[in-house]
Design a protein around this ligand. Structure first.
Ligand code: NAD
Ligand code: DAU
Length: 337
């Protein structure tokens, strides 16, 4: 059994990963999360008394807090999810993106190396490769051409991880995944936003012509892939992870409207995102060949399941939209946020 420090474990993918670790492995988990607007302990409801799970509120930019968590908990493995993750927010203000994604990652790398961590997983994104035309797919050796402040900051962090391996022989691995969807995704991202708006009969804002393409992967498939990389991946390597499910945004929005029993009159074409990447598509051949991983969820099935989850867990996203989710920390951990 190992002890895994998960950063950003109160976010969308991190919380799904914490749940997967506790369900499927015997590892102990320390969740280190600053609880920004995107961190929601209600994503982890039910785990408060789980003996293999510990929550520590802390910021990866804070070197003393990061050192303290290593001294207290002595993790063997770090799985690094913590980041500012929303492209639109990075267009408005990139400051927090550079501070957390770039500086915070270096703070974490330094502390992990000093503490003798045996394996460091850096969870990155396909957006570091930029945008594709009508054909082709991103491979691990595709050029790094980030277009948004978000993706530029993630690229910076990827390169710092690469440098930690090459300079210090630190056993770090980078994964680059395509667009995730599934339970507990913050309703500012396309799929949960459109589901929540459709359920409430509100307009669905489609950027530009709606023909941008994303390669969707169910969060469970991503988390399974990350576990495989921790167990069997080679230090110093990059692994692309994708869902083999390219869909135009408009197609996704129409499917959500159909699931909700709503008509197309709810669609609103709005001003495009500045610098909007046209198409992403991932070649996951290396994950298949080296680690025997393939995505298992068909997009249409995963979308229907996700839609059902948002119907069944309406309180979860209503509390996010109202801001009430911020009280949860105080109730369980007895401090004000
Ligand atoms: P999210 O925004 O839902 O969650 C981010 C989490 O990080 C939150 O819990 C937040 O509180 C925490 N956090 C932010 N700044 C912090 C800091 N300074 N110190 C400690 N904790 C901090 O993000 P997500 O969608 O779950 O993405 C997780 C990771 O996966 C990110 O690194 C992102 O770049 C990457 N990724 C996301 C996707 C996607 O489709 N969502 C795809 C590929 C890669
Ligand atoms: O590719 C991986 C990336 O996917 C991750 O690294 C990011 O953290 C994650 O946020 C996601 O980035 P995108 O920008 O692709 O995701 P988003 O859900 O914001 O948008 C998906 C597509 O939908 C994109 O083409 C923009 C469009 N969109 C989005 C929103 C929020 C709309 O048309 N309307 C909207 O309201």
């Amino acid at each position: 059994m190992s002890k895994i420090l998960v950063t950003g474990g109160a976010g969308f993918i991190g919380s799904n990963f914490v749940r997967l670790l506790l369900e499927r492995t015997t590892h102990a988990v320390v969740n280190f999360d600053a609880l920004t607007y995107a961190g929601n302990l209600e994503n982890l409801a039910g785990l408060e008394k789980e003996p293999r799970y510990t929550f520590v509120r802390g910021d990866i930019r804070d070197a003393a807090a990061v050192r303290a968590v290593f001294e207290t908990h002595a993790p063997d493995v770090v799985a690094h999810f913590a980041a500012e993750s929303h492209v639109d927010r990075s267009v408005l203000d990139a400051t927090a993106f550079v501070a957390t994604n770039v500086v915070g990652t270096q703070v974490l790398l330094d502390a992990s190396r000093a503490a003798g961590v045996k394996r460091f997983l850096h969870v990155s994104t396909d957006e570091v490769y930029g945008s594709l035309g009508a054909t082709g797919r991103f491979r691990e050796d595709s050029p790094l051409q980030p277009n948004s402040p978000y993706s530029a900051s993630k690229t910076g962090s990827d390169l710092l991880v690469r440098a930690a391996f090459h300079t210090h022989g630190f056993a770090a691995i980078v994964t680059r995944c395509s667009n995730n969807y599934g339970p507990y995704q913050f309703p500012e991202k396309l799929i949960p936003l459109m589901i929540a708006n459709a359920l409430e009969g509100k307009p669905l804002p489609v950027y530009g012509d709606g023909k941008n393409v994303r390669d969707w992967i169910h969060v469970r498939d991503h988390c399974e892939a990350l576990l495989r990389v921790i167990e069997k991946g080679r230090p110093g390597e990059v692994y692309n992870i994708g869902g083999d499910s390219e869909r135009e945004n408009l197609h996704v929005v129409r499917q959500i409207l159909a699931l909700a029993g709503r008509g197309e009159e709810l669609i609103r074409y709005v001003t495009d995102r500045p610098g909007h990447d046209r198409r992403y598509a991932i070649d996951s051949g290396k994950m298949r060949a080296e680690l025997g991983w393939t995505p298992s969820v068909r997009f249409e099935d995963g979308l229907a399941q996700t839609f059902r989850w948002y119907v069944d867990n309406r309180t979860w996203w209503e509390r996010v939209r109202s801001g009430a989710y911020r009280e949860y920390y105080e109730r369980w951990y007895g401090q004000r946020r």
